[in-house]
Design a protein around this ligand. Structure first.
Ligand code: C2E
Ligand code: CA
Ligand code: CA
Length: 639
């Protein structure tokens, strides 16, 4: 009777079974990767190993139950399973370790080493049938351990050593999960081997398999945040991690970012279920479009794919193929639709810069692709634009800190009273050499970078200083331009009111200028926001009227006091008859609706004379006054 203890093996079987069910039955993701399949194979093989071991031990305890050759065959099969189990686990770990290396020659070398080691082990197993060097049956049919019985632990050690070498050589591109695997598995295996040698009667082979599987599972597969359940693509976090590994090891990559523009419409017109199914289909297509492709859902409607970069022409044709497929119809059962998407691309022979820099480049290319409605590649030209933009944003930031911005005021002329009564505040910025930068350049960048908030408060404080100086009694009110982003801020009215109260400036002295664009964005919200401003006593100007596309009737529902007719309408006055008719009609219309009008862009005496002749309320333009610093407003408002 053998006094071998199998308890550890039974517990291990339980652990393996749990992992198997958790992995195969409860994983919501339908996508199968090679690593997943390999892991499942390792689990099954490990469970088989324990079952076989149990059968062998049970039969060895009853020597006469079956003929010796059956025991010999079963034990040989058990040793065979041990060899394959070691090699499968080792392959799984090599594969996971080299996952972020496109150059697969290292993996190929690892496979060759594994094949050689496995073949040597098989040879020894074959030899055992004739020599009994691993195990044999004595004349009484009892199992005896041979002199090389523990040789497979040596195999295990050699494989661990190779894994260690591979780990050290590729450490720059090894993921955090793999690092945790490599920190836990060797100590576990070594400890169990030492235990096995110290207590040869306690069987521990299955325990080694179970603990190694558990370490792999805990490191890789329990990371749900690495994965997007809906699309089976990697998460944004996984993308950043992957990018870091690729850039640390200077690998050549092609990155394509696809932003779906009409998914909200699809959700709305069909259903969210259809939208989800479509996202899954797109992800599935991308996941299988090329070998070694990795797909990530980096935003709700954004996929980013990473490919090894071969030749330029290959990269071109891949991009073209992806673009063509995305633009073709997508059919899901009875539902078919077309996608509208923007595509940005970045190629790099060696990824220089940090992951966050690369992501910024991709985002910039995506923004351009949306604007241009065509795919944009982040090449040298776009890179230069990006740098210019970044240095401009830096300049704005610095100018805010060092109070380099200036506020100019352009007086507005009241035709009926024949004097200047209002002014518009306009921001001015110059670069290091003193060259002025047009607001049309820095305002959009300040909006994009979120710095516009600081600029608005800067303008408002300057306006308050202007009134509090008490120098210009003729100045009835100053208007301030608002950016869309600020207009959308629900705290805006309250914040303006607070500053006015703090500075002791009456709300009626401040006007805010907004454009039709703001209203189109969200009509209900705009109405509420404008009503709040009105209730605080702050009047609203409708700026650049005539450049938007809004419905005139709906516009009139909003509480505007003054409408500013855009200078594009004035430019050809008074010679252009159509322009003259439009201006006259608009003036009459607004007058009848009880709203006043400021005509913008008056540059010539004939324009001014014509506007006077048709009883324009107010006019603004270089003919009357150019924007000037506050100190130079004297001639206009010092009565
Ligand atoms: P806007 O609100 O339409 O401002 C009027 C622009 O027309 C100003 O250009 C002004 O200098 C210019 N202008 C005035 N009279 C004439 C004229 O007779 N002929 C011509 N050709 N132009 C004239 P500026 O200062 O370059 O500002 C451009 C735009 O930048 C503004 O257009 C406004 O949308 C934006 N902006 C300026 N300051 C601010 C600000 O403080 N905040 C925000 N959010 N936007 C601002
Ligand atoms: Ca304006
Ligand atoms: Ca304007």
């Amino acid at each position: 009777m053998l006094d071998w203890t199998m308890v550890g093996e039974f517990y291990s079987f339980g652990i393996l079974l749990l992992l198997f069910f958790r992995y195969c039955l409860f994983e919501r993701c339908i996508a199968k990767s090679t690593r997943r399949a390999m892991f499942v194979r390792c689990l099954v093989l490990s469970m088989g190993l324990i079952v076989l071991n149990t059968v062998c031990v049970a039969l060895l305890n009853r020597p006469n139950l079956v003929p010796v050759w059956v025991n010999l065959a079963l034990n040989t099969l058990y040793f065979l399973s041990c060899i394959f189990c070691c090699s499968f686990f080792a392959f799984l770990l090599f594969d996971a370790m080299l996952e972020h290396v496109y150059d697969k020659h290292c993996l190929r070398r690892a496979v060759v080493v594994l094949i050689i080691l496995t073949s040597i082990s098989l040879l020894i197993l074959l030899l055992n049938l004739f020599t009994g060097i691993l195990f044999y049956f004595d004349e009484n049919g009892h199992y005896q351990r041979g002199p090389w019985n523990s040789i497979y632990y040596l195999l295990l050690m050699v494989e661990l050593a190779f894994l260690g070498i591979c780990y050290i050589r590729n450490r720059r591109s090894i993921s955090d999960q793999m690092v945790s695997v490599m920190r836990s598995i060797p100590p576990i295996v070594l400890l169990l081997c030492v235990l096995q040698f110290s207590f040869p009667n306690v069987l521990l082979n299955g325990t080694i398999c179970a603990l190694v599987s558990l370490a792999i599972f805990l490191s890789f597969h329990s990371h749900t945040e690495e994965h997007d359940d809906l699309t089976c693509a990697g998460s944004r976090k996984a993308f950043v991690a992957e990018l870091e590994l690729r850039s640390n090891s200077n690998q050549a990559v092609q990155i394509v970012q696809i932003c779906l523009l009409n998914l909200a419409d699809i959700n709305l017109h069909y259903s969210h279920k259809h939208g989800d199914a479509l996202l899954y289909e797109i992800s599935k297509y991308l996941r299988h479009c090329y070998p070694h492709v990795r797909v990530f859902r980096t935003g709700g409607t954004t996929f980013t794919i990473l490919l090894p970069l071969g030749s330029e022409s290959e990269a071109d044709s891949r991009l073209q193929e992806i673009e063509t497929r995305l633009q073709s119809p997508w059919t899901l059962g009875e539902f078919a639709c077309r996608l509208s998407c923007s595509i940005a691309e970045l190629r790099s022979q060696s990824l220089s810069g940090s992951a966050s820099e690369i992501i910024q480049h991709l985002e910039y290319a995506t923004t351009l692709a949306k604007k241009r409605q065509a795919p944009v590649r982040f090449d040298q030209e776009v890179d230069q634009q990006f740098r210019d933009r970044s240095s401009m944003i830096d300049l704005i930031r610095k100018a805010i800190e060092t109070h380099h911005f200036q506020v100019y005021y352009q007086p507005i002329y009241c035709c009926k009273k024949d004097l200047f009564c209002f002014a518009e505040a306009l921001l001015r910025l110059s670069d290091e050499t003193g060259r002025p930068i047009p607001p049309d350049v820095f305002i959009p960048l300040a909006e994009e970078s979120g710095l516009i908030r600081d600029l608005t408060w800067l303008v408002l404080e300057d306006i308050c200083r202007l009134f509090n100086s008490g120098k210009y009694p003729g100045l009835e009110a100053v208007s301030m331009n608002l950016s869309m982003q600020q207009f959308l801020d629900p705290n805006l009215p309250q914040q303006i009111a607070e500053i006015l109260t703090r500075e002791g400036v009456e709300p009626r002295k401040l006007k805010v200028e907004i454009t039709e664009r703001f209203i189109l964005h969200d009509e209900q919200y705009a109405k509420a926001q404008l009503d709040t401003l009105e209730s605080l006593g702050i009047q609203i100007y409708m700026d650049d009227f005539g450049t938007g596309y809004s419905n005139l009737y709906s516009l009139l529902q909003y509480p505007f006091d003054i409408v500013k007719l855009d200078r594009s309408l004035t430019a050809t006055l008074p010679e252009n008859r159509s322009a003259a008719i439009i201006i006259q009609t608009l003036l009459q219309l607004f007058r009848e609706l009880g709203k006043r009008v400021i005509v913008e862009g008056v540059e010539r005496a004939e324009q001014a004379a014509y506007l006077n002749s048709i009883y324009t309320d107010m006019a603004q333009g270089f003919y009357y006054a150019k924007p000037v610093p506050a100190e130079e407003l004297g001639p206009y408002f010092e009565r």
